[in-house]
Design a protein around this ligand. Structure first.
Ligand code: PLP
Length: 417
């Protein structure tokens, strides 16, 4: 046997499998190279891919069976009842930046909600500003009043509802109606309620941005994002995606599809436990307010009830500022005692997985149109644990917070784990 024989055989063996086995779940497809039967077929596929035809591909960056299946599923679920297309990106943030880059040019004016996800703001004030796009932040309570901010050069209104950390619910249908009448594109970051509690295309938005990292994936083990647009807007989005070379791997696409299968039951469980925890927090003496749109006390509860069909596991609560006096150091020590050493709440960014998380919110420079006037804010993600364990854990946290509040600075914090 010659070594040449082995060399060819290891490249060739097992590649011509003709058997088709029907499985409930699609197989993972991983590919860079896509093969064609002829030059003519390769050429035709290239042209179809350039036009952004569904399921056309020439190369792994343009799509594999697994990424096509996921994109179809997102368009079908998020765009239910509307003709939509979806493009996949490597993270939620890259979906946000790609959507904005696709529609904005130097000299354009962009309207962005003041309670937008922090890194979105950084992108607008950083790279977009460098490319000559002027961003203006609007009060999330503006509703149809957005009309007075629209100028001849306004191209996009970018929303997020409920907002990050402060959870203001916007009148998205009213904003979309005004924008549409003025020929302005509307985009929404639909992270909080997706995949089952909102219908952004029924509200009139043109593009819905999905951080799939959150509830769609649902297990804190992948990063991905998507932009879903009305069909007529697809060519412009697809051109940007192709020119920027954005794509996702087959393994992660498969994981998001798997997450999607259980999304509805997971979301109902997050919702139920989060409401139980939110109501418990609202009754705590240390808490000034709970920022959860499904609570009757939330300022835009009526809007939430009109537009959403459920609530997720993410919300914030505000501590009573008077507990800490005016002492910033005392606030930090109190927040650390509350958040650190919890048994069931990890300290971590992101959210939307199976597990509970806690994070002190630093709003500071992240608001300009409507600065945060309230007390120290804590954001929690309520996972799939038994809520009674979560309540006991938070009760321990409040106890630890009260203890450090009464200790002078420098005294070491009690460990409750
Ligand atoms: C509201 C919101 N949008 C977008 C993102 C970005 O998603 P990713 O983490 O996939 O970049 C996040 C992440 O925390 C988020 O909270």
């Amino acid at each position: 046997m010659t070594s040449e024989f082995v060399r060819t055989r290891v490249v060739d063996a097992g590649r011509r499998l003709e058997v088709r086995v029907a499985t409930a779940s699609l197989p993972v497809s991983r590919a860079s190279t896509v093969l064609f039967d002829s030059l003519a077929q390769a050429d035709a596929a290239g042209q179809a891919t350039g036009r952004g035809e569904r399921h056309a591909t020439t190369y792994g960056t343009a799509g594999t069976p697994g990424t096509m299946a996921l994109a179809d599923a997102l368009a079908e679920v998020e765009g239910a009842g509307h003709a939509c297309r979806a493009a996949l990106m490597p993270s939620g943030l890259s979906a946000i930046s790609t959507a904005l880059l696709a529609w904005l040019s130097p000299g354009d004016h962009l309207l962005v909600s003041d309670s937008v996800y922090g890194p979105t703001r950084v992108f607008c004030d950083g790279m977009l500003a460098r490319y000559g796009v002027r961003t203006e932040y609007y009060d999330p309570a503006i509703g149809a009043g957005i009309e007075r901010l629209i100028r001849p050069e306004t191209r996009v209104v970018y929303m997020e509802s409920p907002g990050s950390y402060t959870f203001e619910v916007q009148d998205v249908p009213a904003i979309c109606a005004v924008a549409r009448a003025r020929g302005v594109m509307t985009m929404i970051d639909n992270a909080w309620a997706s995949p089952v509690f909102s219908r952004p295309f029924d509200w009139g938005v043109d593009a819905s941005i999905l951080p799939l990292t959150k509830y769609w994936g649902g297990h804190s083990d992948l990063l991905m994002g998507a932009v879903v647009v009305r069909e007529e807007l697809w060519p412009r989005l697809w051109t940007a995606v192709r020119q920027l070379g954005l794509c996702v791997g087959g393994d992660d696409a498969w994981l998001v599809l798997r997450g999607l299968r259980t999304a509805e039951v997971r979301m109902r469980a997050h919702e139920k436990s989060a409401l139980q925890v939110a109501r418990w927090l609202a009754a705590r003496p240390e808490v000034a307010s709970v920022l959860h749109p499904a609570l009757e006390s939330h300022p835009q509860h009526a809007l939430w009830k009109r537009d959403f069909c459920g609530s997720s596991g993410l919300f914030s609560f505000e501590l009573k500022a008077e507990m800490f006096g005016r002492d910033a150091e005392a606030v930090s020590r109190g927040l650390a005692a509350l958040c650190e050493g919890r048994r069931h709440f990890g300290i971590g960014y992101s959210w939307g997985g199976f597990e509970s998380l806690i994070m002190a919110a630093k709003i500071g420079s992240l608001r300009s149109a409507r600065p945060w006037q309230g007390g120290p804010l804590v954001r929690v993600h309520i996972g799939l644990e038994d809520p009674s364990d979560l309540l006991a854990d938070l009760a321990d946290g409040f106890e630890a917070m009260r203890r450090v509040k009464t200790q002078p600075p420098g005294v070491s914090r009690p460990v409750t784990r």
